[in-house]
Design a protein around this ligand. Structure first.
Ligand code: AMP
Ligand code: MG
Length: 328
């Protein structure tokens, strides 16, 4: 029996999750939100520092586990905001020292993908649509390869930025989704797909100009933004399915909570006879359950470290930097 505790702190969320033999026993988190404006990294880091002890105790309590039963501590090593990542790593090292347990550095993006195993997908193309990251990923010869990605900003940050410009606080995505439901008129926006990559900053500028002109209804803009940008995501995901010949699409990341994006993915999968998989909402947004889940898989494959000096954060770590030795 293995018990792994995971820590998430790449951006807005601080979380602690506990997994025993692939089962998530607890997944507690607290997210930094704002009334107006986006994430300030130092403020988010202070938020994490303030709540970490409380979240840790709650996670142990919910899992009904005593801390001395933990076999290893996994934490999000990157990619992410450096001040936030540091809070998570410091906490992981402190626990590792105190409990005399191994530490396991986990790539956050791959954790978003691996948690898809709970949906029973085997070898998917993943559309990973989150705040800072937007990638089309699939396993090939020892690594999770990035088949396509955003060339500038992540789709969640793009939506949050559009929301902020309209006077909506962070996270803007869920509110924009509600406004989009009330939109009636499709307003033409630029459509930027290059092979399996997408670009979003030009569309953001275009939307900002439209907001400034005061000639457009915000509901219509929200609706048109979703229709346009989600079509771009689905197009690139479909191209990756065609290119790899794979028959499973896995949706993940916070933006995957959006019902319209899920619906568009389902339609595309149905048309090309692929299967659609999407984890439940609590596992789509940033959470520590997925870090513990992948941490346990890595631990069982022999990845572990007890020399804490060898461990550091990797704010710019890429999905395809990681050797996926546990997947053989
Ligand atoms: P993550 O970085 O994976 O935790 O995802 C956070 C991002 O997901 C933020 O940019 C949110 O605005 C976005 N998000 C959350 N829920 C929704 C939704 N229903 N529609 C669109 N974006 C969403
Ligand atoms: Mg994430």
């Amino acid at each position: 029996m293995t018990i792994v505790l995971g820590i998430e702190s790449t951006a807005h969320t601080f979380g602690v999750g506990i997994v025993r033999n692939g089962e998530i026993l607890s997944n507690i988190k607290k997210t930094y939100v704002t009334e107006k404006g986006g994430i300030i990294p130092m403020e988010a880091a202070k938020h994490h520092n303030r709540f970490k002890a409380e979240i840790y105790s709650e996670a142990l309590e919910k899992a009904e586990i005593l801390e001395n039963k933990i076999d290893a501590i996994a934490f999000s090593q990157g990619p992410g905001l450096a001040p936030c990542l540091l809070e998570g790593m410091k906490f992981a090292k402190k626990l590792s020292k105190k409990l005399k347990k191994y530490i396991i550095p986990v790539n956050h993006c791959i954790a978003h993908l691996e948690i898809g195993r709970l949906t029973k997908t085997k070898n998917p193309v993943m559309l990973y649509a989150s705040g800072a990251n937007t990638q089309i990923i699939s396993y090939e010869s020892g690594k999770y390869r990035i088949f396509g990605e955003t060339l500038d900003i992540g789709v969640g940050n793009f939506i949050d930025n559009f929301a902020r410009y309209s006077g909506i606080g962070f996270p803007g995505g869920p509110i924009i989704e509600k406004l989009a439901l009330k939109g009636k008129k499709y307003i033409k926006l630029p459509y930027k797909v290059k092979g399996m990559d997408i670009a979003l900053s030009g569309i953001l500028t275009n939307l900002k100009q439209k907001i400034e002109s005061k000639k457009y209804n915000l509901n219509d803009l929200a609706y048109s933004m979703q229709e346009t940008v989600f079509a771009m995501l689905v197009e690139t995901a479909e191209r990756a399915l065609a290119h790899t010949g794979k028959k499973e699409l896995l949706l993940g990341g916070g933006v995957a909570c959006n019902s319209r994006l899920q619906e568009m993915c389902k339609i595309m999968c149905k048309e090309r006879k692929a299967k659609f998989f999407c984890p439940e909402k609590s596992l789509l947004v940033d959470n520590a359950g997925m870090i513990a889940f992948l941490g346990e898989i890595m631990f069982k494959s022999g990845i572990k470290e007890n020399n804490l000096d060898k461990i550091d954060i990797m704010p710019r770590q890429r999905t395809d930097d990681v050797e996926v030795v546990w997947r053989k």
